[in-house]
Design a protein. Structure first.
Length: 378
């Protein structure tokens, strides 16, 4: 990575043609300095994470009839004009109702060079509130994927599924990673990394297609409890309010069953935890595959990014269990203790970040076990 000045004294950001990896925090800052990330206002503290950038909501929201993708040759603004029911300001905060679809322009836009792509995901705290959110860009065919060379605005599609939420201009629901080349570890590289670093705390790790993660329904690590099921018809959750709500007003604890099973009811939302403690070494990042139809009709983990240093001893962790945000599909489904529910795909960092997960403000879930989002009082 190089940051130079052209003949007009403008900063120019370049990466090597053969580079492969996810850009770390200092390179994200350099992208902004070089005009590849264009924030409407200066970044705020902790907005740049070890391997990602938090995206901020703008000052206006649009309620639309349905979710959409613009497709080639179309802009998101054009589709909003076709589909919007009404618009409202977020300057002083506004409530987003459950099962409605909203589009919010983001304060960050992009001017990517041809060698860098971007991928978005909900933040951990967003996923644990069951707020379904995706990033859209002009001309795209896929959610959360921004192609190399994209120049234009970004938008968040937001649909709260369980709790109504209060959001404001500047609220951060999504995050974006930047990568160049092919960063995903192949099976040989993953096996070598696991042999060196022990990515999960079990002897017979399943590494096919990523590190297998199974669900803990034993209750042994949670004092007889295995998770939480979200209540219906609750009050509003302010997404920017930390430790502001009593757990019992929004969640029902789930006790372990003698047979180690749990029936997922269709349309209900659960917070569970992985059986394994996982870690992400400093020179790598990981992402949870959110849904695999081969393991059952349910979705696991809306918020899939795991930053370098997550669960890592050098960053204050000793392995951390992955919190699973689980929603069943159309039919009831029985989960069994130890059943594989997802896979962690590991990717190379282009360079080690200056600060790993857990070493800066905003790392809320280092060394976590079964844990609700930061909005609820412990």
């Amino acid at each position: 990575m190089r940051l130079t000045r052209d003949e007009d004294h403008r900063l120019t950001f370049t990466v090597a043609a053969d580079a492969n990896g996810i850009l770390p925090d200092r390179m994200i800052a350099a992208m902004a300095d070089g005009g590849l990330i264009l924030p409407a206002y200066d970044f705020v503290e902790s907005q740049i994470q070890p391997a990602s950038l938090d995206l901020r909501l703008g000052d206006i929201a649009y309620r639309v009839r349905a979710s959409f993708l613009p497709g080639p040759g179309a802009t998101v603004a054009e589709r909003i004009d076709e589909l919007k029911l009404h618009e409202f300001s977020l300057a002083d905060g506004a409530v987003l109702e459950t099962n409605c679809v909203y589009i919010v322009p983001l304060l960050e836009s992009l001017a990517l060079p041809p060698e860098i792509v971007a991928a978005a995901n909900p933040k951990s705290s967003t996923g644990r509130l069951d707020v379904f959110t995706r990033v859209i860009a002009d001309g795209t065919r896929r959610f959360d994927m921004i192609g190399a060379g994209y120049h234009g605005p970004l938008y968040a599609e937001i649909s709260p599924k369980t709790f109504p939420v209060l959001v404001s201009e500047g609220s951060r629901l999504s995050q974006v990673r930047f990568r160049t080349g092919d960063a995903i570890l192949n099976i040989d590289e993953l096996e070598a990394l696991h042999a060196a670093e022990r990515l999960v705390d079990i002897d017979e790790a399943d590494l096919t297609g990523g590190v297998a993660v199974s669900v803990d329904l034993s209750g042994e690590k949670g004092g007889g409890f295995v998770g939480y099921r979200a209540k219906r018809h609750t009050g509003v959750v302010d997404v920017d309010r930390r430790a502001g709500y009593a757990v019992e007003d929004f969640w029902e604890p789930i006790s372990a069953r003698p047979d180690g099973s749990l029936i997922l009811d269709p349309g209900e939302f659960y917070i569970l935890a992985s059986k394994e403690a996982v870690q992400v070494p400093p020179d790598y990042a990981a992402e949870m595959v959110p849904f695999d139809p081969l393991v059952g009709e349910f979705r696991v983990h809306y918020a899939g990014f795991f930053d370098p240093g997550f669960g890592y001893a050098g960053a204050g962790g000793q392995g951390a269990r992955a919190v699973l945000e689980v929603r069943s599909r159309e039919v009831p489904f029985i989960l069994e203790h130890g059943q594989i529910v997802g896979r962690l795909v590991y990717e190379k960092m282009l360079a080690r970040p200056d600060a790993m997960y857990g070493q800066r403000i905003g790392s809320n879930y280092q060394a976590q076990g079964l844990k609700l989002s930061k909005h609820f009082r412990v």
